[in-house]
Ligand binder design. Structure first.
Ligand code: SAH
Length: 349
């Protein structure tokens, strides 16, 4: 353990380790190592953010998708999905409800739905920003041409989440059909950064084909891209997908990686994701204690929530629902943190 402590202290000091050192840390599944990693990551987070936890209202506005990612329950080939698409009015209603609850960031997430072309998105973005000028708007709508991202930014969108899924091109091909290219995904992220979006990348923990080496590539990719946000959560199998019978990713490894990411990127916005909360009842609070500082409760209308099933048994109600905000506040306060009613922008790095 002394060696592990030294390694973690070295990571805290240098914000980077060698490939072999990272491998040792990623693979050490002892309780003591996780506890010390969490402790140091929490200390680093408190320097940048104090005990603040930011909330984002997540609006899952369409589950139509033209892609066929092997892991995702909403993949094109899944004919058992009851497809829905919220109208502009429904989305604005979600924002109104969210604003009253105290949300100052709205996240529009969806499949890659061709209905939502630039014209329609621009009208929506402009309307949201006109009604809620004090709120940040985040998009999570997949890969688009650079010119499209530019228009979305000009219309007023502030942030964009696009997980890279894996930094290893061969691993990417295990997770995606051949029509999808790793190169394009990475290029999209670079474009988003260049255009000036607060940009988020990220990956699933324990996705089929993932190895310690691909995780190290992920960590180094994040270090190089310098995103404002990083989303990670355990892979969870989804029915009617090629990976429906695969093992779920490990909660402990996810917590270890959250802390490592925090130590490598002190100022990054790091959500305790719904997948982590779904995989373990204590996942959300353990994520916060491991260095996470963002939670994204579900603001979608109740009747569509279960239709956005990217994986099985996805939580969308209770504390994961925006209506559970009071309980969420208590849960967070109980472990020594505080929910902030602010936009919660990324600090300047
Ligand atoms: N279409 C958008 C949003 C995708 S959903 C996009 O491409 O960015 C957001 C994230 O959920 C995905 O990037 C993926 O990392 C994660 N996800 C999808 N299926 C999952 C599964 N079965 N288990 C865990 N996470 C999953």
């Amino acid at each position: 353990m002394r060696n592990m402590k030294e390694l973690i202290d070295k990571l805290e000091k240098n914000r980077i380790l060698s490939h072999d050192e990272l491998a040792v840390l990623i693979e050490d599944n002892s309780k003591e190592t996780l506890e010390y990693l969490n402790e140091r990551a929490d200390a680093v987070r408190r320097i940048a953010f104090g005990n603040s936890v930011y909330i984002r209202g997540l609006i899952e506005f369409t589950n139509y998708c033209k892609n066929d990612c092997f892991y995702c329950g909403l993949r094109l080939s899944n004919k058992n999905v009851d497809r829905y698409r919220l109208t502009k009015e429904q989305i604005l209603d979600c924002c109104q409800k969210g604003y009253a609850l105290g949300f100052r960031t709205f996240v529009l997430q969806g499949g890659e739905d061709p209905y939502w072309n630039d014209t329609r998105l621009l009208v929506l973005i402009e309307e949201i920003k006109a009604r809620y000028p004090d709120c940040a708007l985040t998009l999570s709508i997949g890969e688009r041409p650079k010119e499209s991202y530019e228009k979305l930014k000009l219309a007023g969108a502030d942030r964009f989440l696009l997980r890279h899924e894996t930094a290893d091109a061969k691993h990417y091909a295990v997770l995606h059909p051949k029509e999808m290219s790793h190169e394009n995904r990475v290029q999209c992220l670079k474009n988003l950064k260049e255009i000036g979006f607060q940009t988020g990348c990220g990956f699933m923990v324990g996705s089929p084909g993932q190895t310690t080496d691909t995780i190290i590539e992920d960590l180094l990719f994040i270090k190089e891209l310098q995103p404002e946000m990083v989303g990670i959560g355990p892979f969870l199998p989804a029915a009617d997908t090629p990976f429906s019978d695969r093992e779920p990713g490990s909660v402990e490894l996810t917590l270890r990686l959250l802390s490592i990411i925090r130590l490598m990127n002190p100022k990054v916005l790091l959500p305790a994701t719904t997948a982590l909360g779904t995989a373990s009842e204590s996942g959300r609070s353990r994520g916060i204690r491991a260095g996470s500082n963002v939670i994204m409760p579900n603001l979608s209308p109740s009747d569509v929530r279960e239709k956005y099933s990217i994986y099985d048994n996805k939580l969308a109600t209770g504390v994961e629902g925006s209506e559970g905000l009071k309980e969420l506040k208590l849960e967070i306060e109980k472990i020594g943190y505080k929910i902030e009613v602010t936009r919660g922008d990324a600090p300047r790095v």
